[in-house]
Design a protein around this ligand. Structure first.
Ligand code: TPP
Ligand code: MG
Length: 324
């Protein structure tokens, strides 16, 4: 467990930028105050050596919960609720299935991932840092002017982010297009998409659901972070999605329903989704908004509010207790 050196990071960014054929992203401001330190983690390339057992992944997810709190605290803004609900899903998905690493970010045959609920991007950045794709300490530049870690995924700032999202409802259509491209090109890669429950109310979502099934895109795997909350209130009070599984089945999707904080259940559902052919796959993952920090576990309270000093300390203490 060690931090990567400045030299390693710069080399690493150059390698990624060269592969991707883009300019090096604007360097982050190195002189900004560091209010709290990140957990030191492995350096680049270590995905290959990472312990991928389920207990180790659970621990990683909780360590990344701390990263999320620290990022949002340092930024002074952002979305803790929908990042904390998402991190268990992303941990299993990235480390066991997407397998993103510095040497495959621009591989044309890589598995694709679209974070349709773009405001949950702190969870994605935490996972990319742990995969060695971005330097871990850069996480503290989230939302800073000139940082490549924008408040919503921005492909031009960070090519490892497959799609620029944040305007809700569009990501599933993007993923659907990627899955269709793979089929047309005869490529075996999978396309994964994570969407939100409030987001699912967007009309464009349902058009993508219709067409993915019509074109039998069994290489498309969607996970719903069903945390039951959106900005305005409990999701199903605002605009009811239920009975969601029955609706999706009627749209001709392969549907599974799981506890989105059960690492084993997430893994089993993703494995099964690889095996079933002929239909696109939808995993309804029941989650808790703000999961892991008792006072943030609420459908709306912590949707878009950064913790202050005392709240960040209290949150980190709670999560650290989960690590022992
Ligand atoms: C088209 C669009 N309308 C409104 C917003 C503002 N907005 C950001 S997050 C959010 C709520 C999303 O709820 P949900 O999809 O359930 O996300 P989560 O609970 O996972 O944070 C809204 C309305 C947006 N980003 N895009
Ligand atoms: Mg929600």
């Amino acid at each position: 467990m060690n931090r990567c050196s400045i030299h390693e990071k710069d080399r690493h960014l150059r390698v990624i930028s060269d592969i991707a054929g883009i300019d090096v992203p604007p360097r982050i401001q190195r002189n900004q105050p560091r209010k709290i330190a990140l957990i030191p983690i492995h350096n680049v390339q270590l995905l290959k050596q990472m312990d991928l057992t389920l207990p180790a992944l659970q621990r990683s997810a909780n360590e990344m919960r701390i990263d999320i709190i620290r990022m949002l605290h340092a930024a002074g803004s952002g979305h803790p609720g929908g990042s904390l609900s998402l991190i268990d899903i992303l941990t299993v998905l990235f480390f066991r299935y997407v397998k993103r690493s510095p040497d495959n970010v621009a591989d044309p045959d890589r598995h694709r991932f679209v974070l349709s609920k773009g405001h949950g991007v702190p969870a994605l950045y935490a996972v990319l840092a742990r995969s060695g794709v971005i330097p871990h300490e850069d996480l503290l530049t989230l939302r800073k002017v000139d940082s490549y870690l924008q408040g919503h995924p921005h492909n031009r700032s960070l090519p490892a982010v497959e799609a620029s999202t944040g305007s809700l409802g569009q990501g599933l259509s993007i993923a659907q297009g990627m899955a269709m491209t793979a089929k047309l090109d005869g490529k075996p890669y999978k396309v994964y998409c994570v969407t939100g429950d409030g987001e699912t109310q967007e009309g464009q979502t349902w058009e993508a659901l219709l067409s993915a099934a019509h074109f039998k895109l069994d290489n498309l795997i969607v996970l719903l972070d069903y945390n039951k909350g959106q900005i305005d209130g409990p999701t199903n009070d605002i605009l009811n999605l239920e009975p969601l599984a029955a609706k999706l089945q009627a749209f001709n999707w392969d549907v599974q329903e799981i506890d989105g904080h059960d690492i084993g259940a997430i893994d089993a559902a993703l494995t099964r989704a690889q095996e079933e052919a002929g239909k696109p796959h939808y995993i309804i993952a029941h989650t808790v908004k703000g999961k892991g920090v008792s006072f943030m576990e609420h459908p709306t309270e912590w949707h878009g509010k950064a913790p202050n000093n005392a709240e960040a300390d209290a949150a980190i203490k709670e999560i650290e207790a989960l690590l022992t």
